[in-house]
Design a protein around this ligand. Structure first.
Ligand code: SAM
Length: 298
């Protein structure tokens, strides 16, 4: 009976196009902007770093063999830049790089701006949707485009196609994403939570277009005229003592951005049921499965 009520609601929301928007997702991130760095990035940045080091090594090699191509300052576009970690790391390696940081959440971008200013890193900040900024950017403008933990919030293929257009010939696109089967613990209980709180669902969150595996991910770039430099997959477990801590973690990191708009996961009754469902299933771990890759414009 509960399942039928949920399916009916989902169909009605879909037909009336009451869908979670890019702006809603930005607002989800604005809500966690003060905890994002400490709770998520302070651990996961090691994978950003791994990708950025690969990128820097390949770029250095390219600079050494094509000095003419790199006479001007390096231009970097940081898509869904968040609190600015990737730009700030890149600027330590390439201090003269011209950085443009784009994010749909003004709260995340404000933190990035403060952080870069404190470290005297000049940059341009744009509060906008990443696909719109790509569409309005001139062709062959950037040497590097980086997009970390955010490709799923827009159509990946459209983003990749426009990245190809805005990159200079031989430019690099560097992307880290979650895999489709990331956070299986949440996937296990979320449908039950929706069933219990169908009346509170206000909008429909469509499934995120994360890649199923490395081959699918590579193919997104290869079919858009990029060559693969390197790609890799892995997993990181966040383990807690209690299910309550796990729920606190997934609702304060942006991991459920958008899903917390479909159903307000901070509502006391919803949160309490979420903890109870996690406890019932003996869940105290969040497994982040990810893929990253560096691709070069042909
Ligand atoms: C998980 S955070 C990643 C932040 C940063 N790239 C990092 O590595 O720490 C995801 C970011 O994507 C941003 N975002 C989500 N949808 C977006 C969109 N359509 N356009 C631009 N930014 C978006 C969010 O506001 C958030 O700052």
């Amino acid at each position: 009976m509960n399942k039928l009520r949920l399916y009916t609601k989902v169909v009605l929301l879909f037909l009336s196009r009451k869908l979670v928007t890019a702006k809603d997702i930005g607002q989800s991130y604005s809500q966690v902007s003060n905890s994002y760095t400490d709770r998520f990035l302070s651990t996961m940045h090691r994978y950003n770093d791994e990708m950025i080091m690969e990128l820097a090594n390949n770029l250095n090699k390219d600079q050494n063999s094509n000095q003419d191509k790199y006479r001007d300052a390096l231009k970097v576009l940081d898509l869904a830049a968040g609190t600015g970690y990737n730009s700030s790391t890149l600027s330590k390696i390439f201090p003269t790089a011209e950085l443009t940081l784009v994010d749909i959440s003004t709260a995340m971008l404000n933190i990035a701006e403060k952080h870069l200013q404190q470290n005297a890193i000049p940059a341009t900040f744009v509060a906008e949707d990443m696909l719109s900024i790509l569409k309005s950017s001139a062709a062959e403008t950037f040497d590097i485009v980086i997009c970390a933990w955010a490709l799923k919030y827009q159509s990946p293929l459209q983003i990749i196609r426009h990245c190809h257009r805005v990159l200079r010939p031989g430019g690099f696109l560097s992307v880290i994403v979650n895999k489709k089967n990331t956070l299986p613990q949440v996937a296990k209980i979320y449908p039950k939570l929706l069933e219990r709180h169908t009346d509170k669902i206000s909008k429909l969150m469509l499934p995120l277009p994360n890649p199923k595996n490395l081959a699918v991910f590579d193919n997104w770039f290869l079919k858009n005229s990029f060559s693969k430099v390197v790609s890799k997959e892995g997993s990181h477990d966040f383990t807690f003592n209690t299910s309550r801590e796990l729920v606190d973690f997934v609702t304060s990191t942006g991991a459920l951005a958008g899903f917390d708009v479909m159903l307000d996961l901070r509502h006391p009754a919803v949160q309490s049921d979420m903890i109870q469902l996690m406890q019932k299933n003996h869940l105290t771990t969040a497994s982040h499965r990810y893929i990253y890759g560096i691709y070069k414009k042909n």
